[in-house]
Each structure stands twice: as C-alpha cells, then as structure tokens.
Design a protein around this ligand. Structure first.
Ligand code: PMT
Length: 414
C-alpha cells in the first residue's frame, strides 16, 4: 500500500494526449482532487477527440489549456509559466506520437512545448497498441526519456481496445496515483541540492595563454588549467551560472559551465569583457605578461645571420581591468598570485596594486608542482589579513574557495 498523505497540496499538470485510454484520465483527475491535489490540464487536439474539454474543465474546475497560439490562454497563463507552476507533470495517456515528440525535443503543439520548457519532473503513463509499444522506435524513445529522468508507470498487459493482447494498456488511475505519491515521497527524502550561489553569475579564467612569435611558434607557460577549471566547476555546483574563459589545456570542459576557448591575453580580455556583467570574477589563468611586438606572419628562418631578437610589449592586465571601479565591476573580484618567495608579502602588495578584493597566493618556486600538479598550498589574502590553507587537491581548493565565496554573499547571522 502506497501512502497518499504526501499528495495533499501538490499541483499536477496533466497532459491528456489522444488515445482511447483518455477516458481513464477523467477518473484520474477526480481521484487526485479527492486527495487534495490541484490538477490543471493540457488537452492535445487528438485528446479532445476522446474526452471533451468541458468534462476536463468541470473535473479540474480550471481552464483547460489546448492551444499554443491562443492569445487568451497566453495572456492569462504563458506556456512557460504553465510548465513551471506544477510540482509534477503527468502525461496520461502518453501516446507513441507524444513520446516520440518528447524524445526528439519537438515543440509543435502546446503539450510538447510545455514538456520541453519545463524544469519540473515528468511521469508518463504510456498507452498504445501492443505492436506500437514494442516497436524499436518507441522502445528507443522511452529509453531515451528514462535516461533523461522521465519516470514511467505501465503500460499494463491485457486485452486492448483493438482486441490484441499484450503490453500497451494505460496503467489504472490508482496505479498512476501510487506512482505520483511514490515520486513525492522519494523527492521528500532526497537531500536538497546546496546551491547558495544560484542567481549569481561568475566568470573564471584558467590555463595559460599562448602568445605567437610567428605562425608556428609561441610563448607559453606551464599552467595546466587544473586549478581554474576546478574553481569553475565548484562554483557551478553551488548554483552559479559560470563562464569559463580558458587558454589551451588538455582538460575536458567542466560540467555546467559555458566555456570560451581563447589563445592570447588579448583574446582572453575580450572574452572576459563580453561575459560581463557578472557578480563574481576569479582570475586563475596564468596570463603572459608580455607578447612579441610585431609578430612575423612568416616562419622565422635560421638563415645564418644568428638568432633573431624578439622585442616584447606588455599585455593588457585582465585582473586589473576587471577590478577597476565602475558600474560593470563584479561585486567580488578574486585574483591569484604565483610567487617564488615571500609569498604572502608579495601577494598582499599585488592585491593592492591590481585592485582586486581577495588574492589567492601560491608558491610556484622551483621544486614545487603548483603549475601542472594535482595539489596546491594557498594563502587567501583579504583586506583583513591572510589565511593559510593546508595542502589540498586542486578540486578541494576550488570547493573551499567556492564555499568562501558563497559565505561572502550570505554571511552567517551574528
Ligand atoms: O593551471 P594549473 O597547472 O592548475 O596551475 C595553477 C596556477 C599556478 C596557474 C594558478 O594557481 C595561479 O597561480 N594562477 C595565476 C598565475 C599568474 O599569472 O600569476 P601572476 O602573479 O603572474 O598574476 C597575478 C594575477 O593577475 C593572476 O590572477 C593573473 O590571472 C592575473 N593577470 C596577470 C597578467 C595579466 N596580463 N593579466 C592578468 O589578469
């Protein structure tokens, strides 16, 4: 016996597609309402051939939404709002056609559009002829949807309206209600995602820059991007919308981040400026301070006249640019300092010189593996002093820095 207590007060958006089983959806609405569930319905064009909009409206005691192009419906309740206001979307009956359109990500009627636009969980109750259900196309579509997290109840086996026997009958209303109750009970026991940075936008720079000498040669450094990428991933995990601007690395794109690949410091600056406005900027990239002035567009030749002399010119300072006061300055700008001695003293001076809020100092002297290695030992320097962190994996440094950033925006109550 599934406990239905979790159902009271929940809101379900019921999508009724076109199948003979649609008549059971009327009973489903009635039984859900008896259990205190608010039901709003979307009826497809084919669905309206099996049940009348009037019956659905009478049972839900609400408008029945049918047309993507209805100005009245859109002004009263836009399809995006419709897709987001429910706690759960239930598709019953879910026909082969609607499952295929969902799997393909189509938005060719109100039902499909709502299902594509939603950020809410979806439960489907398939109903169709047994051959249609067993067809590899339907099985592939269903498997694809389940991989994306769509839940399923049924179909049941039995004699069908077309007199064939096998799986394809829509689950009974009480079975669908059990599946809905199970979903809500599971959701109540799932630990809530910890997303203190949701609604915040973050920009992270990572990796080295490559500054060209000629078409085949460049000046670079040993940055692997591990530290910057770990910070970007950790910020995204805490709910921030992250743009990662990265020089050339061998790393995969961190999940949940928009990645902009660049090569030179000037490209990095342009990509960072394009990402503004942001709330948080973390500059972990090892940007070349200098580039070659007047690069050759032909390969420099070894022509017996001795090595060419390269003259260097200064690159723009991205951290200092982002730190400049003004309406586009991120609320929190964090730089890194790669030092080879007197780490805290030099980094403290660098924080003041660049105008950033915090600076994360790390020792990159010979013998350390800060560049390219898996671990990092950092000091975090703020206006009120320096905090030494123990040696940790770069992922752990990223996670701890992201938590410190979250605490900055949501300081604990005194
Ligand atoms: O990539 P990994 O292999 O994981 O290594 C990580 C790291 C050592 C590269 C990283 O932890 C780090 O220290 N990054 C900053 C390296 C650096 O260039 O430090 P810096 O002291 O030269 O620069 C100070 C700050 O100014 C940095 O935030 C840097 O991104 C920024 N800067 C520097 C020059 C420039 N033209 N523009 C900048 O924005």
């Amino acid at each position: 016996m599934v406990d239905h207590a979790s159902l009271s007060g929940k809101r379900v958006l019921l999508v009724i597609a076109g199948g003979i089983a649609a008549y059971k959806s009327l009973d489903l609405i009635r039984r859900l309402r008896e259990r205190g569930v608010g039901v709003r319905a979307v009826l497809t064009e084919a669905g309206a051939r099996f049940v009348t909009p009037l019956s659905v409206q009478a049972l839900t005691e609400d408008t029945v939404y049918r047309d993507l192009w209805s100005l009245t419906d859109e002004s009263e309740m836009g399809h995006i709002r419709l897709s987001r206001e429910a706690d759960l979307i239930v598709v019953a009956p879910a026909t082969a056609n609607l499952l295929a359109r969902m799997a393909a990500g189509m938005a060719d009627d109100l039902a499909a559009t709502v299902l594509l636009a939603t950020d809410k969980p979806v439960l489907v109750a398939p109903a169709m002829n047994v051959r249609m259900w067993e067809h590899p196309a339907t099985q592939d579509n269903m498997a694809r949807l389940e991989r994306r997290g769509v839940r399923r109840v049924g179909p049941n086996e039995g004699v069908m309206a077309c007199n064939e026997f096998g799986p394809g009958r829509m689950a009974e209303p009480m079975e669908i209600i059990d599946a809905i109750a199970t979903h809500f009970a599971d959701a109540a026991h799932k630990p809530q995602a910890h997303t203190p940075l949701s609604g915040k936008r973050a920009l992270v720079t990572s990796g080295p820059t490559h500054e060209p000498i000629d078409p085949v040669r460049y000046i670079a450094n040993r940055s692997s991007g591990k530290q910057g990428h770990a910070i970007a991933e950790a910020l995204a995990r805490l709910g921030a919308a992250v743009t990662l601007v990265s020089g050339p690395t061998r790393l995969p794109d961190p999940p949940g981040c928009a990645v902009v690949a660049i090569e030179t410091a000037r490209e990095m600056l342009a990509a960072c400026e394009a990402a503004l406005p942001v709330d948080i900027a973390v500059c972990a990239a090892a940007v070349a301070d200098w580039r070659v002035a007047g690069t050759s567009d032909r390969k420099l030749k070894k022509d017996g006249g001795g090595p060419p002399s390269l003259s260097l010119t200064e690159n723009p300072d991205i951290l200092a640019t982002l730190s400049q006061a003004g309406p586009r300055r991120p609320a929190l700008v964090i730089g890194f300092a790669a030092e080879t001695g007197d780490v805290v003293a030099y980094a403290t001076a660098k924080r003041a010189r660049k105008g950033c809020d915090w600076i994360v100092a790390n020792d990159v002297s010979l013998g350390t593996t800060t560049f390219g290695g898996a671990d990092n030992t950092v000091h975090v320097i703020r206006a009120d002093g320096a905090e030494a962190w123990p040696t940790m994996g770069k992922d752990a440094v990223g996670a701890r820095l992201a938590e410190a950033i979250a605490a900055h925006f949501h300081p604990p109550a005194p």
